[in-house]
Ligand binder design. Structure first.
Ligand code: SF4
Ligand code: SF4
Ligand code: SF4
Ligand code: FES
Length: 594
């Protein structure tokens, strides 16, 4: 990579050609204040907070958009620069309502911090007293136009990162306002509630309803983890205070999603109103009663060990860690020789003979075939990637049904029977990518294979950790009628067991490892309380086969335990001598996933 040499504050600096002064300064550890700039967004040079002095230039220049050149000399903290920045801040504070002490973002606001940094301690200009509306029509967050500094970060985040293009600007000058679609209330707009705009807003204009006034950043902890709501495996940060989850944010450093997450990760789990199972339960005299872990595990161990392996059944959710799935396979498949094992979520068939492509390939594509998958509903961040590629000129062909939520963005919508038309178009493309899911038919798989090396194939697995379930052989068909003792690892999944329970023989013994109360556990003989996504560590394998570490952010509810630990304790209760160390189990699971 060609490097450019320049001086910033008399310090010699080298940065890749094409960098801006701001990027070069960041590489050299020189802090230049910004407001409209955000590292994940295209710079627009709107706020003038980053003005710097460039030798030879008559006026001060915005560092976020000004490109570096060989021999350039830049001053970032000269008195001229400081004066200009202070002036920018004085104007911003005189517009709208920036009475910081009443704002949810006080202490965490980028505008307020800059106010302190440049000594803004009074209003120099008459304050602007016009009242702007507050739009609280969205379920999860509020737009307070009074706090908005019109930096347009939200507009760019919605357009560039989510490719949803909900946000825009109306009016001019001091009356400028962010609006949704054709100026409809936010709650009635095309917004998909991913919250990316909320995450990039530098002030208290976009405010999370649930965590508002619950703690400033210095009072919180940010724990990096991986989303376990679908198979994309987006990196996220769980923000906690005093042992409670306040909110979830996208992790800008995450390799899969680079900061963008969806509603299902950011908001839905925090609004889950299902009742937790907090203690082990054992059926006694026809009723489930609370017992200690020891008694509950003893009962499970006795029944499982006392059942003929051909009459043992296992059903698992794919929303479990690699470690739990590994132990489930080891205990039931290897040690107890059970073969009647199935999963709740299904597996997408393998289309390509070669190793599958990665989600990043979607961005490079010029023709995208979405076949038998509905990422808008099932893997939302993947749908953002597809829509970003469309914005860059890629052509989308949806081979599914009219109900597919990507259908309105497609240049061609086809039925599965007409897949050959899509394949013909892909054959003529430079970089075709096939994004497919569990809905792809056998016939379509056969037809798609004709594309061979020409296309990249990106599977979208239907369950969170389907990849690991399949890799550990936990998906070899399940016959409820053959199960006299059934172990269900349902975890956090909403599954009532109907259909399966009806087909099971009378008197069959049912063990449920679950996080939430449900109609399923009402039929159980033993219920083992399981920790949820924020309460357990472990690893997850995403739809690309990428193994990622999930970290524990808060203590489990009541006596709940992590999914893997329950299985390890059960195995030991059966005298199997399994490891109880997460690190050891993780290493063994990772070995099997290679
Ligand atoms: S929540 Fe997401 S979709 Fe909605 S306006 Fe913000 S960035 Fe756009
Ligand atoms: S809402 Fe926030 S991000 Fe959007 S323009 Fe206003 S201050 Fe900037
Ligand atoms: S796309 Fe899936 S993994 Fe990514 S944030 Fe949404 S639910 Fe989580
Ligand atoms: S950060 Fe450069 S102009 Fe706003």
């Amino acid at each position: 990579m060609a490097m450019v040499n320049l001086k910033i504050n008399d310090q010699k600096v080298s940065a890749p050609a094409g960098s801006t002064i701001l990027e070069a300064a960041r590489l050299a550890g020189v802090d230049i204040p910004t407001l409209c700039d955000h590292p994940a967004l295209t710079p627009i040079g709107a706020c003038r907070m980053c003005l710097v002095e460039v030798k030879g230039q008559r006026a001060l220049q915005p560092a976020c958009t000004f490109p570096i050149a060989e021999g350039m000399e830049v001053q970032t903290e000269s008195s001229k620069v400081k004066e200009a920045r202070k002036f920018v801040l004085e104007l911003l504070f005189s517009e709208r309502n920036h009475y910081c002490m009443y704002c949810e973002m006080t202490g965490d606001c980028e505008l307020q911090s800059l106010g302190y940094r440049y000594g803004i301690d009074h209003w120099v200009y008459p304050t602007y007293t016009k009242r702007f509306p507050v739009d609280a029509t969205r379920q999860y967050f509020i737009m307070d136009h009074n706090r908005c500094i019109v930096c347009r970060r939200c507009i760019r985040a919605c357009g560039e990162l989510v490719a949803n293009h909900t946000l825009g600007m109306r009016q001019r000058g001091a009356d400028s306002m962010i609006h949704a679609d054709m100026n409809v209330p936010f709650g009635e707009s095309s917004c998909v509630s991913c919250g990316t705009c909320l995450q990039v807003c530098p002030t208290g204009a976009l405010v999370d309803k649930r965590s508002a006034f619950m703690g400033r950043d210095v009072e919180t902890e940010h724990i990096k983890s991986v989303c376990s709501q679908c198979s994309i495996g987006c990196g996220m940060e769980i923000v906690t205070r005093a042992g409670n989850v306040l909110r979830v944010e996208g992790d800008w450093d995450a390799p899969v999603n680079a900061g963008v997450i969806c509603q299902v990760a950011r908001f839905d789990p925090l609004y889950d109103e299902r009742q937790r199972v907090a203690k082990p339960l054992l059926r006694k005299n026809g009723k489930l009663a609370e017992v200690g872990w020891d008694k509950a595990l003893q009962s499970v161990a006795e029944h499982m060990a006392g059942t003929d392996s051909r009459k043992l059944g296992v059903l698992t959710t794919s929303n479990a860690t690699n470690e739990a799935l590994y132990l489930l396979a080891k205990l039931f498949g290897k040690e107890l020789q059970a073969t009647n094992i199935g999963m709740l979520n299904g597996v997408a068939p393998k289309v390509s003979g070669n190793s599958e492509a990665s989600l990043a390939d979607i961005a490079q594509s010029d023709v995208i075939l979405v076949v038998g998958a509905d990422p808008v509903n099932d893997q939302p961040v993947a749908s953002f990637f597809v829509k970003r590629a469309i914005d860059k000129g890629a052509r989308l062909i949806v081979v599914d049904g009219e109900d597919n939520e990507l259908a309105p963005f497609a240049s061609l919508n086809l039925k599965m029977a007409d897949i050959n038309k899509a394949i013909e178009i892909a054959q003529r493309a430079d970089y075709p990518v096939v994004v497919y899911g569990i809905g792809v038919t056998k016939k379509a798989v056969k037809a798609l294979r004709e594309l061979g090396q020409k296309a990249k194939f990106v599977p979208l697995e239907p369950g969170v950790n389907t990849h690991a379930v399949a890799a550990f052989g936990l998906d070899n068909g399940f016959d409820p009628a053959a199960a006299q003792a059934l172990y269900v690892l349902v975890g956090e999944q909403d599954w009532d067991g109907k259909g399966v329970l009806e087909k099971m023989g009378k008197g069959a013994f049912l063990v449920v490892q679950a996080s939430y109360e449900s109609p399923l556990i009402e039929h159980a003989d033993v219920v083992l309380p399981m920790a949820i996504w924020s309460e357990r560590a472990g690893s997850l394998t995403n739809t690309e086969g990428r193994v990622q570490k999930a970290n524990k952010a808060v203590e489990p509810e009541g006596e709940a335990k992590p999914d893997w630990e329950i299985l390890s304790l059960l195995a030991n209760k059966m005298g199997k001598k399994f490891s109880t160390s997460l690190d050891e189990i993780s290493a063994l699971a990772a070995e099997r996933l290679k």
